[in-house]
Ligand binder design. Structure first.
Ligand code: SF4
Length: 478
């Protein structure tokens, strides 16, 4: 039996996907949420006459930035430091976690609050901090819900998308001891009451970053709940973890991305809050008792610089993590995020995870797609996800530096050899076509004989024309 890590991952993925397929409540929750987001997105973009031009422009900015990523990230770091922030460089997740741990320990911080951040999920920061008895309280409502449930996010912008409000109500009864309710307002009020006290006592706040502006050293964080603003301004120390691909060259580039991201993600014209933070302003803010005394920005590489020099795959770094491709993907809509078994689910996860974590961690994911192209159609930065999936499939089969080539089964090898042999001579080709026509007139053969039976259980094989093109071209048969 093959027990390699990639094979174990493949087995786990198939088992998780199967479980998800049998979960009717999950399907209902996913369908309702993804349909709502898709409808809102369509309405929001319909009101923007130059939507396609905006997408083009965003992509041009991203391509130009990724082509000179080292330049822009250094410019960002210099300007952030000049504004009073301390910039840390982390080659991988382990280094990034160690940096955050040290900042907390140097400041004697014990009460940590955190806002939603996929970069911190990617490096498993909460787990690393918990090892030092420093568990941050998640303050985004969705993140807080899944922290209470002991789960991981199943969507990159809606972490608890897999839960219905009945399930959230039951969780609150169980964990908070509140009277039963499934009313969103009531549940939010309980969450707000609990979280306020954490903000008031916190001595360190952790956030992610949506965009880092190279020319000013500013970071921009978008949100709807106000928790980011409190996380980044109430504690004396703010630590922002930023993937290096989040840098954009100029402040005016934000005009483009701010029009694209909220509309694509949640269907909003703009998120309720946009926090632009530029270093520390001790002269003004501290005098008013506002803002943190220390701002630390942890610049996370974790495989991104490798992607930046990979000509075929570098467009992955254009992603602005809007989540639209997840909402549009029929696979994600059916099995949800947890089935992927990785931090980043859906189409973006299927291209990002094999590159960040290695093919051995995510070999089945590039294959978990029908290549329908819905993800490409909705992507605000026009990432050609289907082409990247095909490239990764090829790499998965041919092997990479760290992952051996996939061994074909005897049946698959034989099938391809026979196919090749039949294709290499006109008489053989005609014979094979005649046999295929005969086979399709006996449906029971391919519906009952393995492995065709498994394939046919969910699909219909396209039918061959009754007469071949060659025979039709010759004219009517006599
Ligand atoms: S790949 Fe495109 S659609 Fe998907 S999250 Fe990234 S920017 Fe959004």
């Amino acid at each position: 039996m093959n027990t390699s890590p990639s094979n174990r991952k493949a087995n786990a993925f198939h088992a998780q996907a199967k479980n998800a397929l049998n979960d009717a409540t999950l399907k209902q929750a996913l369908r309702s949420a993804t349909d709502t987001f898709a409808e809102r997105r369509s309405a929001a973009i319909a009101a923007v006459p130059d939507w396609e031009a905006l997408r083009e422009q965003a992509r041009l900015v991203k391509d130009a930035t990724v082509a000179r990523l080292d330049h822009y990230i250094e410019q960002f770091a210099d300007n952030a430091e000049q504004a009073g922030a301390t910039v840390h460089w982390a080659r991988d997740g382990k280094e990034a976690c160690a940096i955050v741990q040290k900042i907390a320990e140097d400041n004697g911080a014990t009460r940590l609050v955190k806002s939603k951040s996929m970069a911190t999920e990617e490096i498993h920061l909460n787990k690393a901090l918990a090892e030092r008895a420093l568990e941050p309280v998640e303050t985004d409502l969705g993140e807080w819900i899944i922290q209470l449930a002991g789960e991981t996010p199943s969507h990159i912008i809606v972490p608890a998308i897999h839960m219905t409000r009945d399930q959230v109500g039951e969780l609150f009864v169980d964990k908070l001891g509140i009277p039963p309710s499934n009313d969103p307002k009531t549940l939010c009020a309980h969450a707000r009451e609990r979280l306020r006290s954490h903000f008031a006592q916190a001595d360190l706040g952790i956030s992610g970053v949506n965009f880092g502006v190279a020319e000013t050293g500013s970071i921009l964080i978008l949100e709807n709940e106000g928790n980011v603003r409190m996380t980044t301004t109430m504690p004396k120390v703010h630590v922002a973890v930023m993937g290096i691909e989040r840098v954009i060259p100029r402040f005016k580039d934000l005009e483009v991305f701010l029009r694209l991201l909220p509309r694509s993600g949640t269907g909003q014209h703009l998120t309720t809050y946009q926090s632009i933070l530029t270093g520390t302003d001790s002269a003004q803010d501290s005098a008013n008792g506002q803002g943190p005394e220390q701002v630390h920005i942890v610049l996370l590489d974790n495989g991104r610089s490798k992607i930046a020099v990979d000509e075929k795959m570098r467009e992955t770094l254009a992603c602005i993590r809007c989540g639209a491709c997840l909402n549009a993907c029929p696979v994600y809509q059916t099995v949800g995020g947890h089935a992927y078994g990785t931090v980043y689910p859906g189409p973006i996860g299927a291209i990002l995870t094999p590159q960040l974590a290695g093919m051995h961690e995510a070999k089945p994911l590039p294959f978990a797609s029908s290549l329908c192209g819905a993800c490409k159609d909705v992507c605000p930065v026009k990432i050609d996800i289907p082409s990247l999936l095909l490239e990764l499939r090829q790499r998965a089969v041919e092997g990479t530096d760290h992952e051996p080539a996939t061994k074909r089964s005897f049946f698959e090898s034989m099938s391809w050899r026979m196919w090749s042999w039949f294709m290499r001579g006109p008489k053989r080709f005609r014979f094979a076509s005649a046999m295929a026509r005969l086979g399709q007139s006996m449906p029971l053969v391919h519906r009952l004989v393995p492995p065709m039976a498994a394939w046919h259980s969910t699909r219909e094989l396209p039918r061959l024309a009754k007469r071949s093109f060659r025979n039709t071209y010759k004219g009517p048969s006599k």
